[in-house]
Design a protein around this ligand. Structure first.
Ligand code: NAI
Length: 468
């Protein structure tokens, strides 16, 4: 029987990154993956393929609507969706082989099959040909991730009622595309198909989109997406979905009003649930919380000795980078080192155009907590680079402690917000102030100057705007 120091169940960005770190630290490591390819949801049917389609569809919009402003003449720009999908598949394949190579170079043994914990220190692996083998290990890390939540009245059929997985593989844009849930998935995939020609309607239960992000910027994003042709119905709770002859009818309740929506396909993007069942964890006594997430301590240890859990299967935001960092900290703890995660410095991003990014406290959260705070904002349109790029939308916004000036939150709406937010994450990680960031020399002309100016504007001293 093979014996390991660490066996990781699940090869998403939590599991495979944990495996790399374990390999680096010289631990005898194995990773078990039930799917053919490594990389989990993020790499195969989530973050990576969606970014491939978002980029391609964005290029199409540029060719169709923006190129002319730059003096570039593109007549009759059109989409070859099969080719676009092939490129997306190629992107995923490239990343798959990258992860496989990383397992090899870090001497991680990979097993294909369903991993089940049979006892602390024992994992059985059932491969697709029905064969089972058992391996022994000092430590087990559960990194099984999450699955899309199904609505009881709208079970996924993979064709008409779809999850994000199928919404990434359409062979033609559905003429009418209905989206339930205005979170990251609904907004990103709604954007892709709206750009490629679908009439997109998004239904959201709450009175706002992008819950969890700063309200002011979320509202700006909603206005922008509306101008791009997406229709929103907020405060609309979907209560029934019927499929008849391949067409969908959904019923939504907005207060006392009953609304009907018809469409060719409906994406249900109302959240994800932890993938914590059926892996034997409960049988060996691992405790779950009320949301079926695996309970862990600050070192990601469950209540059972030698069993750990990281990523979407435990509490916290369901984000790839959060899972990866937890994987690293967990393995470092196992190896006797001090791993640490600062949950106040984990950014969330929605990759629409403009992108919405946020880290730390939103203004609403600062208010709710009764914190004495100051706000600094700056519009991108007041920077030379945004004007030169013809990318005028969005603002940068900081929330800083009124007494100490420590940055408590940073929020960016801009085409490149996903990259720009990294600076604010670093400053928050180091406990920096808005003055620290505002006094840092930023290259000109760059979009990052708007971030600096927003930080300066906490003290109402931004340079390229009228403050009085
Ligand atoms: P979400 O939890 O972010 O948003 C779901 C939305 O659906 C909520 O606003 C909720 O109010 C609404 N909703 C729920 N039931 C409804 C009903 N019956 N009728 C109308 N609206 C309803 O979930 P989403 O977008 O599915 O994402 C799942 C997870 O994956 C999230 O944790 C998200 O952060 C993560 N993710 C992150 C991405 C990123 O970082 N860019 C991309 C994709 C997913």
């Amino acid at each position: 029987m093979d014996k390991f120091d660490v066996v990781i169940i699940g090869s998403g960005p939590g599991g495979y990154v944990a495996a790399i770190r374990a390999g680096q630290l010289g631990l005898e490591t194995a990773i078990i993956e039930k799917d053919k390819e490594l990389g989990g949801t993020c790499l195969n049917v989530g973050c990576i393929p969606s970014k491939a389609l978002l980029t391609s569809s964005n290029h199409f919009i540029f060719a169709k609507k923006e190129a002319g402003k730059h003096g570039i003449v593109i007549e009759n720009a059109s989409v070859d969706l099969a080719k676009m999908q092939q490129r997306k598949d190629k992107v995923v394949k490239t990343m798959n082989s990258g992860v496989r190579a990383l397992m090899k170079t870090n001497k991680v043994t990979t097993f294909e099959g369903v991993g089940t914990i049979t006892a602390p220190g024992k994992v059985s692996i059932k491969s697709s040909d029905g064969k089972t083998q058992e391996i022994e290990t000092k430590n087990i890390i559960i990194a099984t991730g999450s699955a899309a939540v199904e609505l009881p009245f709208a079970k996924f059929d993979g064709k008409t009622i779809v999850s994000s997985t199928e919404a990434l593989t359409f062979t033609e844009p559905p003429p009418k595309f209905l989206v339930i849930g205005a979170g990251a998935i609904g907004l990103e995939l709604g954007s892709v198909w709206a750009r490629l020609g679908s009439e997109v309607t998004i239904l959201e239960f709450l009175p706002r989109i992008a819950v969890g992000f700063d309200l002011e910027l979320s509202n700006m994003l909603q206005r922008s997406l509306t101008a791009q042709g997406i229709t929103f119905h907020l405060e609309t709770k979907v209560s029934a979905v019927k499929v008849d002859n391949g067409r969908v009818t959904a019923t939504g309740n907005k207060g006392k009003e009953e609304l009907k929506f018809d469409a060719d396909k409906v994406l249900v993007s109302v959240g994800r649930r932890p993938f914590s069942e059926g892996l034997g964890a409960e049988k060996v006594g691992v405790e779950l919380d009320e949301k079926k997430r695996i309970k862990v301590d600050k070192h990601f240890k469950t209540n059972v000795e030698g069993i750990y859990a990281i990523g979407d299967v435990i509490a916290g935001p369901m984000l790839a980078h959060k899972s990866s960092d937890e994987g690293i900290a967990c393995v470092e703890h196992i190896a006797g080192k001090a791993g640490h995660i600062n949950y106040d410095a984990i950014a969330g991003i929605i990759y629409t155009n403009p992108e919405l990014a946020g880290v730390g406290l939103t203004e609403e959260q600062a208010k709710e907590k009764g914190i004495d705070y100051r706000v600094g904002k700056f519009p991108f349109r007041a920077t030379g680079r945004a004007v030169a790029n013809e990318d005028l939308e969005g603002i940068a916004k900081f929330i800083a402690d009124a007494k100490t000036d420590r940055i408590l939150g940073a929020h960016i709406l801009q085409h490149a917000a996903s990259e720009l937010i990294a600076e604010a994450v670093s400053v928050i990680e180091f406990g920096g102030s808005s003055e620290d960031l505002g006094r840092t020399c930023h290259s000109h002309p760059t979009l990052s100057e708007a971030v600096k100016e927003a930080a300066l504007n906490v003290e109402k001293r931004a340079l390229h705007i009228m403050n009085r």
